[in-house]
Write a new protein. Structure first.
Length: 482
């Protein structure tokens, strides 16, 4: 073999002649390359996507790295890296250099028109891929919301770029900046732009990078837009976070006729549970009868994502003791009554299209607060969560114990990795029993077995009828769509 061919091959292997490498990659005989590298020809063909024989643009996909339109020094340098991935010796490279130019350009396997036409996977293609990848990881509601944000971004891009196929790698930081400006100009709050729109859009680019559409290590164009900073978040928290109920408000909420005036069981038991567990309305509205359990001598509530239930975070899954006041007020008697009508604690509640049981009860709770004159937008059912946590803190309960009981993450290595959760007897004695409300007269709020029986029959019947009517509507819609 000629010495000059071997010298050239050695220069390429050492990364010294990138321009020559580009020409070599354009005219390389794929069958010969497969033979020299020991790889199947089909795999070799998958590495390259060449638009035409008379252009220097070159696309390469290999080893999780994507190179698009190679036509500059940086891209050529990365092309050298790809060639090294084929593990060719200088002698093998020399054979390629010495080989004659093939008469025809190898035909690449058929690709989707959008990818082939515009030089890479499009943002339009990434939207359904994101939904597929994240279906098991995100809640149905979050996935639905992200889909709306994705579609709005794609529609904006199509209008801006005046085309339907937009490669992910062609979207710039300036595009994102202009999209953000348009959102803000339309009246969308900076917090919403950051925590909703940019969070969803970043998910598309993160997935694109993880599957090789964008180079590993590249700073994503959706990152770093300081629309809503940590300082802004601190200011916002003081005006938008949920406030705890005051003692006067709690006394008004748990007035002596709360039970008597309740038109549905949840009207009475949800605020009672919220006060003594700090649970979210969605968590408490979906409770199964089997979630009320006795462990040894301690009655407990299991908050979990089993069956059709869902939880917000992993820390939300917890087993906590029932407060003695709940038991004294007849909660177990109600559990027995409800068990005669289904598997749910509130058997007449039905999930919404996202699988959440809390929508209807949350609306009813808001209406009840309005009747009491509690109209502060920062006072909602979630305020029970703040109220409970605040009461535990002021009664000397350590943060780690509060987090386990309330269902918050406690981000320390010691508690998260090297220690087990507290047992029920400990939580009962040192956490639950610290929730005291001496100004509320619970003696007038005692449930007697059978009190809600007629209401349960009526509400469960109404729910069943609504379900039948919904099925009929859905069936009609399906027939009309055919």
């Amino acid at each position: 073999m000629a010495t000059n061919y071997l010298n050239t091959a050695t220069s390429i292997a050492q990364g010294l002649d990138s321009d020559f490498l580009l020409n070599l990659l354009h005219r390389v005989n794929r069958e010969q390359l497969a033979e020299l590298s020991g790889l199947p020809q089909q795999e070799i063909e998958a590495f390259f996507t060449m638009p035409s024989p008379d252009t220097r643009n070159l696309d390469i996909d290999v080893g999780g790295i994507s190179l698009r339109n190679i036509n500059n020094d940086d891209d050529a340098s990365r092309a050298i890296h790809i060639l090294k991935a084929l593990n060719l010796s200088p002698e093998a490279l020399a054979q390629l250099i010495a080989s004659p130019v093939p008469q025809t350009v190898p035909v690449v396997a058929a690709q989707q028109p959008s990818s082939n036409e515009d030089g890479g996977t499009t943002i339009q293609e990434m939207v359904p891929r994101f939904a597929t990848r994240k279906k098991a990881k995100l809640s149905e509601k979050t996935l639905y919301e992200y889909g709306n944000y994705h579609r709005k971004f794609v529609e904006w891009l199509e209008l801006r770029k005046k085309k339907k196929h937009i490669p992910v790698h062609s979207i710039t930081r300036a595009d994102l900046a202009d999209f953000i400006d348009d959102l803000l100009a339309s009246g969308i709050a900076p917090k919403t732009v950051t925590q909703k729109y940019l969070a969803a859009i970043s998910g598309l680019f993160e997935l694109a990078q993880s599957i090789g559409v964008l180079p590993e290590g590249q700073i994503l164009v959706s990152r770093g837009h300081k629309v809503f900073t940590k300082q802004d978040a601190k200011k916002s928290a003081s005006t938008s976070s949920y406030k705890p109920f005051t003692d006067v408000e709690l006394k008004s909420i748990f007035q002596t006729d709360l039970l008597i005036k309740a038109k549905q069981p949840a009207d009475f038991w949800l605020p009672m549970l919220g006060l003594f567990t700090g649970g979210r309305v969605s968590e408490l509205s979906q409770i199964d009868i089997t979630d009320i359990q006795k462990h040894g001598e301690v009655w407990a509530l299991s908050i979990n994502n089993e069956g059709d239930k869902s939880v917000k975070t992993m820390a939300s899954t917890r087993l906590i003791p029932l407060h003695p006041t709940l038991i004294d007020c007849g909660f177990l008697e109600y559990v027995n009554d409800a068990s005669q009508h289904g598997k749910k604690l509130f058997p007449y509640l039905a999930p919404d299209k996202f699988g959440s049981y809390g929508g209807r009860t949350s609306e009813r709770w808001g209406s009840y607060l309005d009747t009491l004159g509690i109209k502060d937008p920062q006072k909602t059912f979630h305020s029970f969560r703040s109220t409970s946590n605040n009461r535990l803190k002021h009664n000397g309960v350590p943060e780690e114990n509060r987090c386990q009981f309330i269902g918050h993450e406690h981000d320390t290595i010691n508690s998260a990795t090297y220690s087990e959760p507290h047992k029920l007897p400990f939580l009962l004695e040192n956490v639950a029993n610290k929730l005291d409300y001496p100004y509320i007269d619970f003696s007038r709020l005692k449930y007697i077995a059978g009190f809600f029986d007629k209401i349960l029959v009526k509400e469960c019947s109404a729910t069943a009828k609504r379900f039948i009517h919904k099925q009929a509507r859905d069936n009609r819609a399906k027939r009309q769509a055919k």
